[in-house]
Design a protein around this ligand. Structure first.
Ligand SMILES: Nc1ncnc2c1ncn2[C@@H]1O[C@H](COP(=O)(O)OP(=O)(O)O)[C@@H](O)[C@H]1O
Ligand SMILES: [Mg+2]
Length: 232
């Protein structure tokens, strides 16, 4: 499925810093991070546990605000928006793929994929067709009415990928998307993720410990002492 025709996807991160206050100390997690990405780009973020990878994804996902610096997605600073506008913006522009995929257990596969569209009311026929086409593209056309508990781990991950794409987002954020998968399934999900930026005119940022996924993406950076360093 190709949806690139009218989309201009951009992400601009400028001088972003973030720290957490705890009762005993301040933890400086991100220190003056800047980068920009556009449609078709994919970036792997590497680094040991606790270096701030998820924190960076949360900021990009507009789930948390930077202490200083700015983030623009498609030319808009989401933190200038009020709460309702921000949640609409997030819903329209950002697709999330988490390691533990957060599928709703009482909804079947196609209903789970349509969840992000429910903020706009009952899904349109077009949206339902898109959900079905996405599920077909991830090889789940024969699982539309399965409940999550009747799926394998790799199938659940693929449902999460289809769900992340249903609103045709600018930015796809994945936090260790292959972390819980066996090797063969991880390879399949890696291949699928790698194709997303081109096929959907989107931007993919994936936090990963998988060398195979990192190598398959266009660019790799490592978080070191709060800064993003190029990976040779
Ligand atoms: N809400 C929070 N409050 C205080 N400290 C936090 C919070 N979230 C994360 N941290 C700390 O910030 C650091 C980076 O966390 P995180 O972004 O989750 O790292 P990673 O995803 O790279 O493992 C860790 O030291 C973690 O303990
Ligand atoms: Mg993390």
């Amino acid at each position: 499925m190709n949806t690139t025709s009218t989309k201009v996807a951009t992400v601009e991160v400028k001088h972003v810093s973030k720290s957490y206050e705890t009762p005993s100390s301040t933890i400086e997690v991100l220190n003056d991070i800047s980068f920009s990405l556009s449609a078709g780009n994919s970036l792997a973020i590497l680094g040991p546990s606790g270096t701030g990878k998820s924190t960076l994804l949360h900021l990009l996902g507009t789930l948390d605000r930077p202490d200083s610096g700015s983030i623009q997605i498609d030319g808009v600073d989401p933190f200038d928006l009020d709460e309702l506008a921000l949640s609409k913006f997030r819903n329209a522009k950002i697709g999330f793929i988490f390691q533990d995929h957060h599928l709703l257990p009482h909804l079947n596969v196609i209903e789970n994929v349509l969840v992000p569209s429910l903020a706009q009311g009952k899904p349109s026929r077009e949206r339902m067709d898109r959900a079905e086409a996405l599920l077909e593209s991830v090889g789940l056309e024969n699982r539309l009415t399965h409940l999550p508990k009747a799926l394998s781990g790799g199938e659940r991950e693929r449902v999460a990928i289809a769900r992340a794409l249903v609103m045709d987002p600018t930015l796809i954020l994945a936090d260790e998307p292959t972390g819980n998968l066996d090797r063969k399934t991880a390879d399949q999900v890696t291949e699928l993720l790698t194709s997303l930026p081109q096929d959907h005119g989107a931007i993919l940022v994936a936090v990963t410990h998988s060398q195979a996924l990192a190598d398959a993406l266009q660019d790799r950076k490592e978080l070191v002492d709060g800064t993003l360093q190029p990976v040779p």
